[in-house]
Design a protein around this ligand. Structure first.
Ligand SMILES: Cc1cc2nc3c(=O)[nH]c(=O)nc-3n(C[C@H](O)[C@H](O)[C@H](O)COP(=O)(O)OP(=O)(O)OC[C@H]3O[C@@H](n4cnc5c(N)ncnc54)[C@H](O)[C@@H]3O)c2cc1C
Length: 499
């Protein structure tokens, strides 16, 4: 099937109709946060894509409940940050409950070091929002930009040739695409089918339980604090209020015994909470969702096999400590989206997609090390206070295959800082799928590209004097004191004609 000029997706035929395969530019497998962000990004780049999800609905649990500052900047670029900020809340202060029956209020502290916004970092603090709620917002946004999720649709096999990928669905239908992105989670069947090893280690052999519960108003819990009971010999329990609904909390319980088998039934969750905290079983009105896991840290050997790319938990799995997993996954999607657009819509060479692994895999390796260290040294308790290392604002691609030059205060690969400009902010200029050339205190060269928006601005210390080409994912791609080499750089990305 000819896929070279796919301009739009041909829809999935009805089950059992036996008609021709659906066709699309990119088949995204898995509507978790990674797949949803990629689908939104591809939609704004005008790349035909199909997002399939084996479940009948989005994941209902709160598991990844922390959005890091860099993710808020990504959401700003997608035009979604205000909505998400309204739906979430600041991290509550930790409260240690002490005393023989756990009813005395002990120390209070901030789990996350709070910082004031600055001109260059408008979102310095993370946001608390349950993953299910975040995914609902992503899904609504995806629909508002013309995309959707095809639910109850499981990919069971993947075959590829020089032109494209054929994915077989559980009911026998097939989808033909130029590329396939496996955003199918930590147990990725596609990763396994491709024979890509996920290498790593157990972070902690002891199991953990996670559950979403509603708690009656007469229970000791308030909605203002993140509550910790660390006195039980069976293990600690931390209970965090979730924004969006009064009296909804996420329970995380550790087990001191590595042979323990968590009982994730509603009765089991009630019993555990009642045994380790002063909350009575009958004060847990509802157990909405529960699960158990043993924290592991592992990284895929490679992120790409031909026309199939791995993203999110399919490529790296983490301990929940430090709130890195979901955030790293959505940043994968953000890195990959514009590259797929350059290849599929603007004639960039397929090798541009190799830079996805080159840029993102080292970042995942570093983030895995961080979350493992935080888990082992400071999962709960006062020394669990997180500093800027978890915010992901300092992550970049210096020395990477797409990073060229330096000027002023920045080197190519760095995150593009925000700042004031006449009538608005730098992030206003960057928002959208385009490249942006920022010329600070120096004239901008004429460019033969309609993918680049050019702005001449006065000197600004976060950048310094010079020319800075900002990629669609908010990183400096190229920097220089004059425009020498910029046309060549853009041409290599398919963003300008060859000079
Ligand atoms: C207790 C806990 C707390 C956490 N806290 C945080 C936190 O604070 N911050 C953070 O960043 N992360 C956190 N995480 C991690 C976070 O939940 C994951 O990193 C995140 O869900 C990964 O997103 P994803 O889209 O890559 O994969 P997933 O969310 O796993 O989504 C994969 C999707 O693919 C679908 N799928 C699978 N196979 C197929 C198939 N063959 N065909 C079609 N669909 C398929 C699945 O049904 C699923 O919907 C936490 C995790 C846990 C367990």
């Amino acid at each position: 099937m000819e896929l070279n000029n796919v301009k739009e997706s041909a829809p999935l035929p009805a089950p059992g109709s036996g008609s021709a395969p659906a066709t699309t530019g990119v088949l995204i497998v898995g509507a978790g946060p990674t797949g949803l962000v990629l689908a939104i990004d591809l939609a704004r780049h005008g790349v035909p894509a199909l997002l399939v999800e084996k479940a009948g609905r989005l994941f209902p649990g709160s598991r990844g409940k922390g959005l890091q500052p860099r993710t808020l900047e990504l959401l700003d670029d997608l035009g979604l940050v205000e909505t998400v900020l309204r739906a979430g809340r600041d991290y509550p202060r930790m409260l240690d409950w002490v005393g023989p029956d756990g009813t005395e209020r002990g120390r209070e502290w901030d789990m996350i070091e709070r910082c004031e916004p600055t001109e260059s970092e408008p979102h310095p603090n993370g946001l608390l929002i349950g993953q299910a709620r975040f995914q609902d917002l992503l899904y609504a946004h995806l629909r508002s930009v013309g995309g959707d999720v095809v639910f109850d649709t499981e990919v069971t096999a993947v075959a590829q040739d020089t032109d494209g990928v054929t994915a077989t669905l559980a009911d026998g239908r097939t989808v033909r695409s130029r590329y396939l992105v496996a955003a199918d989670g930590g147990r990725s069947g596609i990763r396994r089918e491709l024979g890509i090893a996920l290498r790593g280690e157990s972070v902690d052999p002891k199991p953990m339980l996670v559950a979403d519960v509603t708690v009656t108003s007469d229970a000791v819990l308030d909605d203002l604090n993140w509550h910790l009971w660390n006195g039980s010999p069976d293990g600690a329990v931390i209970i965090c209020p979730l924004p969006g609904e009064p009296r909804l909390f996420q329970v995380i319980a550790q087990y001191a015994d590595e042979n323990a088998v968590p009982d994730t039934s509603g009765a089991g969750v009630r019993k555990l909470v009642a045994a380790r905290t002063p909350i009575a079983e009958e004060q847990i009105a509802e157990v909405r969702w529960s699960s158990d896991f043993r924290p592991r840290a592992a990284l895929a050997d490679r992120y790409r096999e031909g026309r199939v790319l791995l993203a999110g938990d399919a490529a790296h799995i983490h301990s929940p400590a430090g709130g890195q997993g979901l955030n790293t996954g959505v940043q994968d999607a953000y890195n990959l989206g514009w590259k797929l657009a350059q290849v599929l819509r603007h004639g960039a060479p397929d090798t541009l997609l190799d830079t996805y692994e080159a840029e993102r895999r080292p970042i995942a390796a570093g983030v895995l090390g961080l979350s493992t260290r935080l888990h082992r040294t400071a999962l709960v308790g006062e020394n669990s206070r997180r500093r800027s290392e978890t915010g992901q604002l300092g992550l970049g691609h210096r020395g990477g295959p797409l990073s060229s030059g330096r000027a002023g205060a920045l080197e190519a690969g760095d995150r593009a800082p925000d700042g004031p400009v006449p009538g608005g902010r730098i992030f206003d200029l960057l928002r959208g799928p385009h490249f942006t050339l920022l010329a600070f205190g120096t004239p901008a060269p004429a460019l033969a590209s309609d993918l680049v928006r050019v702005h001449e601005l006065g000197p600004y210390e976060a950048y310094g004097r010079g020319l800075f080409l900002i990629r669609p994912d908010g990183h400096v791609g190229w920097a220089g004191e004059d425009g020498t080499g910029l046309d060549d750089y853009l041409a290599a990305l398919g963003a300008a004609p060859r000079p």
